[in-house]
Structures are given as structure tokens and as C-alpha cells.
Design a protein around this ligand. Structure first.
Ligand code: NAP
Length: 254
């Protein structure tokens, strides 16, 4: 039986694939039959991900990409399309967090965060989007926002601002590219344990923070697979400009 959730033979590009959510998304998409271009700065981690994907006869290739450098985005996307064919799905996931109160934020902190989360996400979407338009086959762009795009979180003012920009960018690009059959959606995860936060959640402060969550737990990357596969495949064909919140009810009670 054919399934609307298949990605057989399609080329998918994942940014921030060297750890955490991006690493997991790459495995999930490869298991669904996609050829996955895994991108990040730490290429040794990408190489071990490619090896893992090959153990189940999946197809992946690693490409060095620094999303804070627009030239590097274009070079990686170009190489990925040359090796794996036209990209039909982008998972625009690379991101960092700077946890500081606003009064301690420096202009350098601000630039590093915004160059990655906001400008980086924008120019990655633009680089892939313009190729989807030129190829004429359309595609799906999935931006990884955050619950921080919806509500302010303590000590994370610039991170919240960057993710609000990613949410609004999702709607703006969806409007602009609808006529080219390029769908642009976002996933807003709640707290999922990854390299970005594992130290914090292991601390006493982190543990007591989790007790304030509706279901008193932190998620695992697998919790995002349903939303990812819906937006990446034909199953989500009638969706654009949408943001799916996957936060275990966090937003309801914090
Ligand atoms: P993570 O484990 O720290 O992974 C972040 C990824 O982004 C790494 O692969 C890193 O790769 C990449 N990256 C960072 N700066 C980059 C740059 N300049 N160029 C290219 N790649 C870069 O964190 P994560 O939790 O998986 O986060 C993934 C995304 O989910 C982020 O956008 C984050 O804001 C979002 N998110 C996470 C959570 C959560 O609870 N974990 C919740 C909501 C949203 P390299 O260092 O190798 O380049």
C-alpha cells in the first residue's frame, strides 16, 4: 500500500545535522527513503551520522556549512544538489542559544545569535527556495522555531526574538512562494533534551524547572517525528504558513 508519508528518492537537506534534533531528523528522513544532505560545521560528527545512515542502507552525504556565512550556505546547497539531485525538502534547523539576562548581553552575543538563528535561517531558506522555484517542482521548507517564538522565556530575550522572527518569516515566505508550490511551515518544539540543554536539565535548577511543566518531563527528539513527517511529505500538501506547536502542553501552564 502506498503511503502519503513516503519520501522515496527525494533529496532532503538538513541544517544543524551534527547533533540533537537535526541529527535525529536526518535519521528519520533517511528511514523514510530520502537521500539526505546533512549539513553543519562539525564535519567529523556528520561523517559518523552518514555511517549510521548507511548501516540501514539509507543514503546520505555530508556537507560543511556555516549558516552565519551566506557564501558557505550557497556552496553547500550547490554541492548537495550536484551530488544528490534537486532538493525537495529543507529542514532549516541550525540554531544556538545564549542564556543571559538582557543587561549582560553584548553586541557580539547579539550578532552571533542573530547571524545564526535569524539571518542564517533566512538565507538558508532563500538559497533553497530560489532553487525550488527555478527547478519548477516546488518543495517543502520546514523551519525549526520554538515555543520561545510564542512566549518570552527568562534569560533568553534574544533567543525568543530570533525564534519569533523565524515564525513570522515562515508566514512571509509562505505568502511569497505559494504560487511556486513551495510550502513553508514551522515546528515549534517545547523542551527536548539535546546538547543545547542537557547540562541545564541535569542541574538542580533544571530539575526544579521541569516540575513546573504540565507533564513534568522533557521530551526526546522522536516526539517531533509526527510533525516532521506531516510537513515533509504529501500528507501535508494542503498546509503552508503554519506553525505546529509540539510542546507537551507546556504553553498552557508555565
Ligand atoms: P544542538 O544539539 O545544540 O544542535 C544545534 C545544531 O545547530 C548543531 O548541529 C550545530 O552544528 C548547528 N549549528 C549551530 N550553529 C551553526 C552554524 N553557524 N552553522 C551551521 N550549523 C550550526 O541543539 P538542538 O536542541 O538540536 O537545536 C536544534 C534547533 O532546534 C535549534 O534551532 C533550536 O533553537 C531548536 N529548538 C530546540 C529545542 C530544544 O529543547 N532542544 C526547543 C525548541 C527549539 P555545528 O556546531 O556542528 O555547526
Amino acid at each position: 500500500m502506498s503511503t502519503p508519508f513516503a519520501l522515496d528518492g527525494q533529496t532532503v537537506l538538513v541544517t544543524g545535522a551534527s547533533s540533537g534534533l537535526g541529527r535525529h531528523f536526518s535519521l528519520t528522513l533517511a528511514k523514510a527513503g530520502a537521500k539526505v544532505a546533512v549539513c553543519a560545521r562539525r564535519t567529523e560528527k556528520l561523517a559518523s551520522l552518514v555511517e549510521e545512515i548507511e548501516t540501514f542502507d539509507g543514503r546520505a552525504m555530508a556537507f560543511a556549512m556555516d549558516v552565519a556565512d551566506v557564501t558557505s550556505i550557497a556552496a553547500a546547497v550547490d554541492a548537495a544538489e550536484t551530488e544528490l539531485g534537486p532538493i525537495s525538502v529543507l529542514v532549516n534547523n541550525a540554531g544556538i542559544s545564549v542564556q543571559k539576562s538582557a543587561v549582560d548581553m553584548t553586541p557580539e552575543d547579539y550578532d552571533t545569535l542573530m547571524d545564526t538563528n535569524q539571518k542564517g535561517a533566512y538565507f538558508t531558506a532563500v538559497e533553497v527556495g530560489k532553487r525550488m522555484i527555478a527547478h519548477g517542482h516546488g518543495g517543502s521548507i520546514i523551519n525549526i522555531a520554538s515555543v520561545a517564538s510564542l512566549r518570552p522565556l527568562a534569560q533568553l530575550s534574544t533567543y525568543c526574538m530570533s525564534k519569533a522572527a523565524v515564525s513570522h518569516m515562515t508566514r512571509a515566505l509562505a505568502v511569497e512562494w505559494a504560487r511556486y508550490n513551495v510550502r513553508v511551515n514551522a515546528i515549534a518544539p517545547g523542551y527536548i533534551e539535546t546538547e543545547m540543554n542537557s547540562e541545564y536539565f541535569a542541574s538542580d535548577h533544571g530539575q526544579s524547572f521541569v516540575k513546573r511543566f504540565l507533564r513534568r518531563r522533557v521530551g526526546v527528539p522522536e516526539n517531533l517525528d509526527g510533525a516532521l513527517m506531516l510537513l515533509a511529505t504529501q500528507a501535508g500538501e494542503f498546509m503552508t504558513g503554519e506553525q505546529i506547536v509540539v510542546d507537551d502542553g507546556l504553553n498552557l501552564a508555565m
